[in-house]
Each structure stands twice: as C-alpha cells, then as structure tokens.
Write a protein that binds this ligand. Structure first.
Ligand SMILES: Nc1ncnc2c1ncn2[C@@H]1O[C@H](COP(=O)(O)OP(=O)(O)OP(=O)(O)O)[C@@H](O)[C@H]1O
Ligand SMILES: [Mg+2]
Length: 262
C-alpha cells in the first residue's frame, strides 16, 4: 500500500464496544474508538481511567469481557499471530533481560521478529535513538530514559503499521521528549499510525491529531485538541476551572473532575 493510499480516511484500528473487567471491577466500559491511517491519536485520562487496559486489549494481552478490536479490518482474537506482526508496543514499564547488553537485546528482538539487521544497521538504529554509546552496557545499567529509548527502538524494529505507546515520555528529560516527538512524527511520515497515552496536555496538543478523554472506563469526548476546546469551552464545569482563555487542561479537568484518583 502506498503512503497516499494509507493517508485516506480509512481506519487502521477499530475498537468496538470494548468492555474490560477485572473480577467485579469494570475498567473499560463500552468504549468505541477509531484510529485512521497515518494518524497520531492520544488517549487522555486520570490515573486508573482505563487507558492501559484499552491498550492491553488491542495487544491481546488481556481478554476483554466483550467487544471487538480490528486492525486493518482483521479481528485480533481470530488472527492473533498475524496481528501481532502488525503492531509495535511500548509498555508503561518495559523490562528486558537485565544482564544482556543493549546490542545483544536489539539483535535478540530483531531475530524474534524475523528481521535481518547487520551490525552496521544495528549501530545506526542505536545512534538514531541516542544510545550508541551505551551499546555495550547491560540493560540494568541504563538510566530510566535510556531504557525507554531502547523500548521504542525495539517496538518499531519490525516496522509495524500500528504503534501503541503507553506514556512514552513520562520520565524523559525535555530534550529526549522532543526527540521522541520527532521520532513519532517520523514514524507517521513513513506510513505508521500511532496510538499513545499521555498525562501531558502539551504533548497531546503538540503531537496528536486527535485525542479522546476517558474516565472511569468511559469515553467522554473525542476530537482534535482545538475542536475539543471549542466544543467544551462553554461547559459550566470547564468555565469553573478556567482562568482566562480555556485550555485543553481546563477541558480535561472540567470533564473529569478535580479530585485525586486512587
Ligand atoms: N490486573 C488488574 N487486576 C485488577 N484491577 C486492575 C488490573 N489492572 C488494572 N486494574 C484496575 O483497572 C482500572 C484501570 O486501570 P488502567 O491500568 O487501565 O488505568 P490507566 O488509565 O492506565 O491508569 P494510569 O494513568 O495510572 O496508568 C484501575 O481501577 C485499576 O486499578
Ligand atoms: Mg496506564
């Protein structure tokens, strides 16, 4: 498929009536989402809102109570192997084999995905990610931010069409955060689509084409950041928390409330 064809309005990912429960706790409550080809889509929500549970269902790591997830129109439950090759995943907390060196880890995962990488190509990838100087170190000796950069490198090692990133920039310094934003944009330019979660309104506004706000497992609203502000700026709950011009954060707090979550 050419990039032009990808950038039409068809969806790479459809989440239909997704409900996830852990025992009696409903973590995701009948959520519908659609991510288009070439889109960077952000999931926003307070702690415990259900973001990671939605991503875990898309990755088929957990079995939803009900609903359907389609990637390129393919049901992930019926075709889990085929779909796994199409998605790349960076989890909220990623851990690799602690004693292996970074270069060994990259080689290992390339092998697992059946991707042939020469030593030169591995070094190029490490350099792009800014961890070439760390290549000979064991994973356990990397800083938190370096670990996250490695996790992103591994997530895209097989050129997935859909990338799922769970809070990819939490814990990164401003330089690394901006570098990651550039990398995400680059992945989109190369034909990928990205679904990420974030607690940063700045990130949502800078990087995401559209965002959804979820709370208590329910999807509250979904649109471009600009349209979300436009749509909700006169809501009394939003007005109450705004100081001057309404921001995306005002909309977020207005719709999800001010109390701290468990
Ligand atoms: N394995 C589990 N067993 C029981 N309850 C769980 C489990 N995983 C998540 N939950 C609960 O489901 C709800 C949603 O959790 P989830 O991790 O999806 O939230 P989140 O939006 O990713 O939050 P955060 O911003 O803190 O990462 C929470 O109430 C959480 O306590
Ligand atoms: Mg989470």
């Amino acid at each position: 498929m050419t990039e032009l064809q990808r950038r039409d309005n068809s969806s790479i990912l459809e989440v239909r009536n997704l409900t996830v429960a852990y025992g009696t706790k409903i973590a995701v409550d009948n959520v519908n989402l659609e991510i288009r080809h070439g889109e960077i889509f952000g999931l926003l929500g307070p702690n415990g809102a259900g973001k990671t549970s939605i991503l875990s269902s898309i990755e088929a790591l957990i079995k939803p109570r009900s609903g359907q997830v389609l990637i390129e129109g393919i049901d992930i439950i019926d075709n889990s192997q085929r779909v796994k090759a199409m998605i790349g995943v960076q989890l909220q907390a990623t851990s690799f084999q602690s004693e292996l060196t970074i270069r060994q880890i990259v080689r290992l995962y390339a092998g697992l995905y059946g991707v042939k990488l020469t030593l030169q190509r591995i070094n190029e990838r490490l350099e792009e990610t800014g961890i070439l100087n760390e290549a000979g170190k064991p994973f356990k000796d990397l800083s938190g931010g370096q670990q996250q950069r490695l996790a992103l490198l591994i997530a895209v090692i097989h050129n997935p069409v859909l990338l799922l990133l769970d809070e990819p920039t939490s814990g990164l310094d401003p330089q690394s955060r901006r570098q990651l934003w550039r990398r995400i944009e680059h992945i989109r330019q190369s034909g990928g689509s990205i679904l990420l979660t974030t607690h940063s309104m700045e990130e949502a506004q800078t990087v995401c084409d559209r965002v959804a706000i979820i709370d208590h497992g329910k999807l509250l609203t979904c649109d471009t950041p600009r349209h979300l502000i436009e749509k909700h700026k006169d809501d009394i709950r939003v007005q109450k928390v705004a100081h001057g011009d309404v921001t995306l954060e005002d909309v977020f707090i207005g719709l999800t409330g001010s109390e701290i979550r468990d």
